[in-house]
Design a protein around this ligand. Structure first.
Ligand code: GLA
Length: 387
């Protein structure tokens, strides 16, 4: 059995064990790795993530009465939830439950009827690694609810619902990137996304290039992290410049209008504006296979995240430095995702991959937390899959 078959077998067995019947449908939504455009989605900027071949799968069958029932197979033996569809849906203590509750709430809030359902959920996106296990859960749930209730919601609608659930029910002020990457990616390509309009373009990846994720093993919880604070800082900086979002500032305006702005807020804004400027040249270099340009842009991106946005950690800086030194101009590396732990992403010539193994082994020799290399293939977005 391959990876997906194993996951499908697990979710079907879990469904049967929980409900004593076979599921009727299966839905899958992937995690993602962001190549460039970090902490710019909630500033209305451009991002370039790539869905990965790790996913959340939901098995679904008809429900009983007006209930929505769920079992989460990765969350322990007692991980069940049940709530009424004909009464207001409340938040509870429990993150995975709140993703589901929020999705159903926001589908209903959009004026749609939700049919009773029973679901089982299982996934193989590493949790807390910055690879968007949450978004894959939210998007898989939104797709399952939409299909089961005959709503035909499109990828952008699914992404908005999953994001609203994460914002309002889970309490993380995340942007739209992860959910759009999970809902709308095209297999074999990266996804250029305009976070203001939600327009997307599939960006081909040069065949000589490999995308490698290096998991630092350091876990931080997004909701409890400084994520919401960073977002508030960006909004305060945008208000200073009198723009709707930092996307509306260019580097010259940033300097010219700086007077009176707190230096920390200025640094946050400088990261966002410079990072947005790196996305289009990176997309061109990714398609053209220009690894010297990729190395430069990823290196600048990492420094900007570490210094101006202050979301890196010394261990991540050290690992990134070692990887970059080994790659030279054969590729680049940077912190990916929200930061404060999680993963690095390297984009390099495939021929340079053995060098990465050596570097990680050297780093692990005296690291408190060993790092691990994960090879992913660029995957397609959320879909109903065969039973
Ligand atoms: C998390 C959030 C995203 C985005 C990234 C940083 O993954 O969920 O919306 O802000 O961090 O780029």
């Amino acid at each position: 059995m391959n990876r997906r078959e194993t996951l499908i077998a697990r979710v079907i067995a879990g469904y049967r064990a929980a409900y004593g019947a076979d599921p009727e449908q299966l839905f899958a939504a992937p995690g993602r790795v962001n190549l460039i455009g970090e902490h710019v989605d909630y500033n209305d900027g451009f991002v370039l993530p790539c869905a990965i071949d790790r996913e959340t799968i939901i098995a679904l069958g008809e429900g009983d009465g007006a209930q929505f029932e769920a079992v989460a197979l990765d969350m322990g033996a007692q991980a069940r939830d049940s709530f009424a569809l004909d009464a207001p849906i409340a938040r509870i203590e429990g993150e995975w439950q709140n993703h589901l509750r929020g999705v159903v709430h926001f589908v209903q809030a959009g004026g749609y009827g939700v049919r009773p359902a029973r679901i089982a959920v299982a996934g193989d996106v590493p949790i807390g690694a910055g690879l968007s296990s949450s978004a894959s859960l939210g998007v898989a749930a939104a797709l399952a609810v939409s299909a089961h209730s005959g709503l035909g919601l499109n990828p952008a609608q699914l992404a908005r619902i999953a994001q609203a659930a994460e914002n309002d029910f889970v309490g993380c002020a995340c942007g739209i990137m992860d959910q759009m990457a999970s809902a709308a990616s095209v297999a074999g390509a990266a996804l250029l996304l305009d976070c203001r309009t939600l327009a997307t373009r599939a960006v081909p990846i040069h065949p000589d290039l490999a995308i490698t994720v290096i998991d630092s093993g350091i876990r931080r919880h997004l909701t409890q992290s400084a994520f919401n604070q960073r977002r508030a800082e960006c909004e305060a900086a945008a208000a200073h410049y009198g723009v709707a979002a930092l996307r509306d500032c260019d580097p010259a305006q940033l300097e010219a209008g700086r007077g009176g702005l707190d230096p920390v807020l200025f640094a946050r804004a400088r990261h966002v504006v410079s990072e947005i400027g790196r996305v289009a040249p990176f997309a061109a270099a990714l398609t053209g296979g220009d690894t010297a340009m990729i190395a430069r842009l990823l290196g600048e991106g990492h420094c900007s995240l570490a210094e101006d946005f202050a979301v890196s950690l010394p261990a991540l800086d050290r690992l990134a430095g070692l990887v970059q030194a080994a790659l030279g101009t054969a590729g680049g590396v940077r912190l990916t995702g929200a930061g404060f732990g999680g993963c690095l992403v390297a984009v390099s010539q495939a021929a340079a991959l053995p060098a990465l193994d050596e570097v990680v082994a050297r780093y692990n020799a005296d690291a408190v937390q060993p790092a691990r290399i994960e090879g992913f293939r660029p995957a397609g977005g959320a879909a109903r899959i065969g039973l």
